[in-house]
Design a protein around this ligand. Structure first.
Ligand code: PMP
Length: 382
């Protein structure tokens, strides 16, 4: 039996989405740029999906640019704004996903200056700390809406207001936020905002960047005129259609998901703490600052690799920080920025729940954790 508790890494594709993607691949495979009827049918599908994704984040459809996922959307935002500006300074939180961090590091190598804003020990960036880094030549500020390792909700609206007072463009990575909290580009004050289909039960390989109208953005790729020249390349009509449907359903079902995820999160937190094995919950203690359904624990007294392997052998799938960094021997940059030692950061177990998770899954996890810890105790002879 498999207990999947790694929804922050990816989610299972919903059956309705699988059905739609398959149908589009079979029956609606035209090139959306072709002027004939086959092309126009594909175009209509892409535009329907554009409207659905736009509704998820509260923007006009024309401001949605489809990409191959969150990574590309983030790179397009960061490199696109900076390259259009030519030079200057960028402010970036130290807990961004690698697709933002490493794009900023690439800018540093090109001669841009970058300031890194550290979070507090609970993984939240203070607006004042962010504002203190702004300079007269700052061209871009990057702050994610929800951190994908510890579930901390960032004060994006406050930060964008401070940035806009200084004329600075704000990019928001909302990939981990979708399906866990409401996203509204105007309320957040986002000028650019990234989302990804595979975090909301859509197909992997589809994403989008909201680009506020009038923004100057240099493309990453050169070629055709698709996506207003911002993202040339023949559209993945089936992927985009699946993303659109997933986005539509995520928007309609959000309130129910939040209730469900909150129940699981509370039960899991209590049960893991009750184990009495020295688990430390990472991330905000204030539920207002913590999205539901994403919990990270460190187990400082135990061997993290052995713990995660023992869980996997018992059919419990958990994360070890960001999935994209798995396989890397580096401890999580997020936990380190929150003040964890590298040794403690290596013991992290990230639990992320989704709409199919049940309380019985949480009980299975806790039993398996208990067994895994007992095994380590025996092995250590204590
Ligand atoms: N940003 C965040 C916060 C993420 O969690 C992820 C996925 N782990 C990405 C960006 C990258 O998205 P994608 O997997 O669609 O490239």
């Amino acid at each position: 039996m498999e207990t999947y508790l790694d929804y922050a890494a990816t989610t299972p594709v919903r059956p309705e989405v699988v059905e739609l993607v398959t149908r589009v691949l079979r029956e609606n495979w035209g090139n959306a740029s072709s002027p004939h009827a086959t092309g126009r049918r594909a175009r209509a599908t892409v535009e329907l999906a554009r409207g659905q994704v736009a509704r998820l984040v509260g923007c006009d459809p024309e401001t949605i640019c489809f990409t191959s996922g969150g990574t590309e959307a983030n790179n397009l935002a960061v490199l696109g704004v900076a390259c259009a500006a030519g030079r200057g300074h960028v402010v970036c939180s130290a807990i961004e996903h690698h697709s933002v961090l490493d794009a900023c590091r690439a800018l540093e190598r090109k001669g841009f200056a970058v300031s890194w804003v550290q979070p507090d020990p609970e993984g939240v960036v203070a607006p004042e700390a962010f504002a203190a880094c702004l300079r007269s030549d700052t061209v871009l500020a990057c702050l994610m809406l929800v951190n994908n390792e510890v579930g901390s909700l960032q004060p994006v609206a406050e930060v964008s207001q401070l940035c806009h007072e200084r004329g600075v463009v704000v990019h928001v990575d909302a990939v981990a936020a979708a399906g866990r909290t409401e996203i509204a580009v105007d309320a957040l004050g986002a000028d650019l905002l990234s989302v990804s289909a595979h975090k909301i039960y859509g197909p992997p390989g589809a994403g989008a960047l909201f680009v506020r109208s009038g923004m100057e953005l240099a493309p990453l790729f050169h070629g055709g005129g698709q996506e207003r020249r911002r993202r040339p390349g023949t559209e993945d009509v089936a992927g985009v259609a699946g993303f659109g449907l997933a986005a539509d359903l995520a928007r309609q079902e959000l309130t129910g998901w939040i209730d469900h995820l909150e129940t699981l999160q509370r039960a899991c937190w209590v049960a893991v703490m009750d184990l009495g094995v020295g688990a430390r919950a990472m991330g905000p203690t204030n539920p207002q600052q913590h999205v539901p359904g994403m919990l990270s624990f460190t187990f400082p007294d135990w061997d993290g690799d052995a713990l995660r392997t023992a869980l996997d052998l018992r059919g419990i799938r958990v994360g070890a920080g960001a999935a994209c960094s798995s396989g890397s021997t580096e401890p999580s940059h997020v936990l380190m920025a929150m003040g964890c030692s590298p040794e403690e950061a290596q013991t992290v177990v990230r639990l992320s729940f989704g709409c199919a998770t049940e309380l019985a899954d949480v009980r299975r996890l806790v039993d398996a954790l208990n067994e895994a810890v007992s095994l380590q105790r025996e092995a250590m002879g204590c």
